[in-house]
Design a protein around this ligand. Sequence first.
Ligand SMILES: [Mn+2]
Length: 344
Amino acid sequence: MVSGSGIKRLKEFVDSSKHIAIIPHHNPDGDAIGASLGLYGVLKQLGKDVHVISPNGFPEFLEWMEGANEVVSFEDNPGKVREILKSTDLMFFLDFNGLSRIKGLEAEVRGFKGKSIMIDHHPGPEEIADVMISEPLASATCELMYNVIKKAGWKKYLNKELAECIYTGIMTDTGSLSYNSSRPEIYHIVADLVEIGIDKDKVHQLVFHSNSFNRMRLLGHALGQKMYLLEGTPAAYIVLTAEELKRYEFKPGDTEGFVNYPLWIEGISVSALFMEHKDKIKVSFRSQGSFPVNQFSEKFFNGGGHVNAAGGEFYGKLDDAVDTFCKQLPLFMQEQNISDEKQP
Ligand SMILES: [Mn+2]
């Protein structure tokens, strides 16, 4: 899945660089942080001066990862990041394919004169790097990272701790191998990681069984009081106001995965989550089957992503965001010629 010529140039870049920065996307998830820390550990063993620079903080449930306490957040520590970037000669962009995905860090990266490598699995990449490893069919950037590490001849550096980082991304981006994971290669990779010695069950527990009491109560509230069906369509959605988020002491990452729950309803194949933040409405979309939530989000919510998983933003009132969704979704479905029936 990762081409030989891409790997050859990647290796040349790494061999000829001393100071390397690894950059995941804003609000990094298990895949972005897993791929970053997996690569970080390998490059350190190759004797490189490496830093993982995240546009902002990352969720607590990833803090157990090897190297996690060395990640530098640009939002929390811009001075340190600028200092690091001064001597950086190679940058890795992981799990994103457009510079707007790194928010405030974009301005710092735009002026960068060194070499860059992108490794990502989102569709529609922008030309942001000298080497672009872009594979929309891959389940996760961590899947690509495993292939990169193996093909570059670095597998010997992939110890148990780093293999657990890589496994985390595959696990979180596929809902524990429940979707977007039908290619046999993924299971060969997982088998390799188990052979290296990962504790698969422990990783699952660390990531998924570490909810705060408030997060569980917020989920209960969202499903019990704030989930709606969009009559006449196979869509359901959840709406959370700023007051509700505050009531349950919302922290970034708390609503991760909420948008998947409406899909568990029989007959529902499109799901949306609306969250009222200070300056904007954050929206997440999921679908099953052919409904392209990335195109829908691009058209109405300034967003994008994958066919079945996308994000977006709305600049206006929460009610107007929800109205836009309720009005435009049926029309968009007609346009796309998508029937009401749940698609397999
Ligand atoms: Mn990903």
